[in-house]
Write a protein that binds this ligand. Sequence first.
Ligand SMILES: *[C@@H]1O[C@H](CO)[C@@H](O)[C@H](O)[C@H]1NC(C)=O
Ligand SMILES: *[C@@H]1O[C@H](CO)[C@@H](O)[C@H](O)[C@H]1NC(C)=O
Ligand SMILES: *[C@@H]1O[C@H](CO)[C@@H](O)[C@H](O)[C@H]1NC(C)=O
Ligand SMILES: *[C@@H]1O[C@H](CO)[C@@H](O)[C@H](O)[C@H]1NC(C)=O
Ligand SMILES: *[C@@H]1O[C@H](CO)[C@@H](O)[C@H](O)[C@H]1NC(C)=O
Ligand SMILES: *[C@@H]1O[C@H](CO)[C@@H](O)[C@H](O)[C@H]1NC(C)=O
Length: 688
Amino acid sequence: MLFFLLSAFFFVFSTAVPWSASPFNPSSIPLAVRTPYLSTWLPQGSGTPLNGAWPQHWTGQTVGWSGFIKVDGTPYSFLGEPAIPASFAKATQKSMEFTSTQSVFVMSAGAVDLTITFLSPVEPNDLSKQSFPFAYMALSAASTDGNSYTVQLYSDISAEWVSGDSSLPVNWTTSTGADTLVHQVQLQTQTPFVETSDRILQGSVFYSTTVASGVTYQTGEDVVVRSQFVNSSVLLNTKDTNFRAISNAWPVFAFAHDLGKVTGTPSNPVVVSVGHVRDPVVSYIVAGGKLQDRSSYFWNQFSDVTDAITSFLQEYGDTLSRNSKFDAQVQSDASAISADYAAIVALSIRQTLGATEITISKNDDGSWNTSDVLVFMKEISSDGNVNTVDVIFPAYPLLLYVNPLLAKYLLAGLFEYQATGQYPNKFSVHDLGADYPKAIGHNAGDDEAMPVEESGNMLIMALSYAQKSGDNSQLMTYASLLDQWTQFLISDSLIPESQISTDDFAGKLTNQTNLAIKGIVGIKAMSVIAGILGDSEKSSNYSSTADSYIGRWQSLAINPDQSHLTLSYGNSSSWGLAYNLYADKLLKLNLFPDSVYQMQTNWYRSVQQPYGVALDTRHTYTKSDWQIWTAAIMTDTNARDMFISAVKKTASNGLSSQPFADWYEARDGTPEGFRARPVVGGHLALVR
Ligand SMILES: *[C@@H]1O[C@H](CO)[C@@H](O)[C@H](O)[C@H]1NC(C)=O
Ligand SMILES: *[C@@H]1O[C@H](CO)[C@@H](O)[C@H](O)[C@H]1NC(C)=O
Ligand SMILES: *[C@@H]1O[C@H](CO)[C@@H](O)[C@H](O)[C@H]1NC(C)=O
Ligand SMILES: *[C@@H]1O[C@H](CO)[C@@H](O)[C@H](O)[C@H]1NC(C)=O
Ligand SMILES: *[C@@H]1O[C@H](CO)[C@@H](O)[C@H](O)[C@H]1NC(C)=O
Ligand SMILES: *[C@@H]1O[C@H](CO)[C@@H](O)[C@H](O)[C@H]1NC(C)=O
């Protein structure tokens, strides 16, 4: 009987979603995710189809994006949850598939299947393309019964793409150029570099498509424009110029495409693009406290945003094949670990890169300085800091994997700022600014202090970039800062005083084993760096220091019964994820003896919970990034796969409808406070 009940339960559970999902149904599906402000997701939860909810910004705010298809005159909705006076049916979702760059839905509308491809390009080897804050939606229809049908397609966006505060007034234009139709929407009152509720009060949203016969447009009140299409299959090419608040008779910005007859052969894709552009993007502190305006990298190739949009639309085919190739490479690399692992990796890539922006500055004569590249990352959802060192650190495996140059350019601003001498502390700064996108530094030295954490992180990241790329220039330029942080670690990392680590929500603690690991690895990293820079005396001095610390650390950190590392020295009932050991493996230092790895492998196996291993003994929650880092140091594949399946199980448990939460409860998989954070780049720790 019990067996029967259990299997009935699992039967119901597994059929809760009536469509096929590959590789699985995540809590939220990326639709258009390129920057902290262009970040639109389908809140799928335990099974909401594409036309069962409005898309959301990562903050959870509604983002209006609706779509209809008409098949021989019969209207169906395929995207969003529009409510209009005219009647229509809902298309039925048949499948959902996501890769690293795409989310692809097939929806059936009568005898026609519509394939909707949301492509958020990942272009790590082309800074111009990677910095272009746009995504595609491509629509292709085919009949399923061999007959032909007339098909028209419709989609629109609302002004909610501009702001989550729908009381704000917006204005808009539609430009009908020779090549491209462009709807542009923006706040009437612009405030550079200022956010409310994590949305920027600056810039414009663009919704665009290529000019062709059978394409019509319209702007106006949501119910009016949508019913116009549903009733008449065509839009009126009219512009509403009554500028008003986002929620005042909700203005929408629409296109319709008449495909004519559609047969069993998939129609050529109808491509629309959506983007959020602002200029400048970041305010950045340079020497003497001066603030420099920085712009998106792509501006060095385009002086006009319409030209950039036109080429983006025209390049859809090439972009799709390039991105599909990238997807296949990631899939092949990650599948070498396991199918579950490949699934987690595919879900993590857009989330991580969607927190970043690539920038350049201007020369005095107004031309672009493309030798001056800085990448910025928003600490999404936890506190919105700029280039938080201990958020870049977990994401580092992804950066090293996709293109180590992105890693270098993320560190560059932190190095540059501290080299100006404006930051007063002897350890590394925590971040470049409290509020994205203001990279204004912390000249008072009152940033969230994580002395051992950030100093160790900078040393580890700088060396791993050089090792991966063969480029030692950053090590040479910033040798004295690196040395300064090493001096700090020599005096403060073996016996770390009371402080927080990156897991600041867990609180302060003295003598943290895992922090000491980071500090000692940092010292050893500097010995390698000194060797690279030709200072063999310093190299051997730091190397012997690190080696001697390892011996002392073992006697302090290993529990007397040799069963595990303690969380803090001398506390036998404590333990935690010693994920900083991953840095020893990443840098190929072989600083810690194999016996430590062996011991931890056995230990974690003995303390696993249904959704993984707790972060430490102070609480029952855990972190997905640190679990995958820990997976990467396990001495056998069973223990490694235990962590991987725990993270996969969490990502697919349907307990939330928010972009993946790296921080969650290990006993039951419920998310804690974080969402959509770039730290999920740490899930690539096994494909580095
Ligand atoms: C819309 O508002 C912006 C910002 O205030 C202004 O620069 C622009 O000229 C306005 N556009 C229209 C079409 O009114
Ligand atoms: C569409 O048709 C419905 C009735 O079917 C009508 O109420 C509505 O006003 C029409 N809207 C437009 C814009 O044609
Ligand atoms: C461009 O930027 C680089 C790197 O910051 C700098 O060294 C160089 O002087 C800049 N070039 C000009 C012409 O300002
Ligand atoms: C930290 O560890 C050192 C070395 O065992 C010890 O001397 C010191 O008392 C510890 N500090 C605290 C607060 O437990
Ligand atoms: C490293 O150099 C410092 C300063 O010269 C010296 O005090 C220390 O003993 C040296 N350490 C080792 C392990 O050689
Ligand atoms: C030892 O660790 C446990 C678990 O983290 C904690 O509850 C306890 O307070 C710690 N004991 C001391 C003396 O710090």
